[in-house]
Write a protein that binds this ligand. Structure first.
Ligand SMILES: [Zn+2]
Length: 183
């Protein structure tokens, strides 16, 4: 179903719980993307926070707000940084940054790069890799057990979104993926 193998989906679901456990959190606790990124030693910046960024590049990144969501850049020795688009809603940063972290956790290799603002290389991945990163990103934000917990407490989808710092689209996506939308 939905183009991802069962074993990969199970692995992703488990990752949402496993990283929380490593951080001393319960499966139903929110996991802010910054907290996971910090644990993974992947710095996350808004363009305005990048040390020494050229004013012209910064201006273009902020102007071309619809052209990009989050960007992963290699820095040194296999390390990366993630830059998110600060002009989007906070709930969107969360899913965008988690999505980028998911690609890194899954060890995906980009197939090509395209340029934003003529200078910033945005990574393009295989469609299958995009699907996997989308799935894992969702699991990192909202675990299946977290959804069980929330629905047992009769929380509305809006309350669930607020609890996990997620967008309503993300809650809908996770309900679809876990079968909650049919129950
Ligand atoms: Zn992606």
């Amino acid at each position: 179903m939905r183009g991802l193998e069962r074993s990969l989906r199970d692995w992703c679901e488990n990752e949402g719980v496993r990283w929380r456990r490593e951080l001393g959190l319960y499966a139903y606790d929110p996991l802010p993307s910054q907290r996971l990124a910090q644990h993974l030693e992947i710095p996350v910046f808004s363009p305005t926070e990048i040390p020494g960024i050229e004013a012209q590049i910064l201006q273009r990144l902020l102007e071309e707000e619809s052209a990009w969501s989050a960007i992963t850049l290699p820095v040194s020795q296999g390390k990366h940084i993630v830059i998110y688009n600060p002009t989007h809603a906070t709930t969107r940063h969360e899913s965008d940054v988690m999505h980028e972290l998911a690609h890194l956790l899954l060890g995906h290799q980009p197939i090509r790069f395209h340029q934003v603002s003529g200078t910033i290389p945005v990574r393009e991945y295989r469609t299958a890799d995009e699907k996997a990163a989308e799935y894992l990103g969702g699991c990192l934000q909202i675990t299946a057990r977290g959804l069980d917990w929330a629905f047992q407490r009769n929380m509305t989808r809006r309350e669930i979104a607020k609890h996990f710092g997620a967008s309503s689209q993300m809650v809908r996506y996770r309900c679809n993926m876990t079968g909650y939308s049919k129950r």
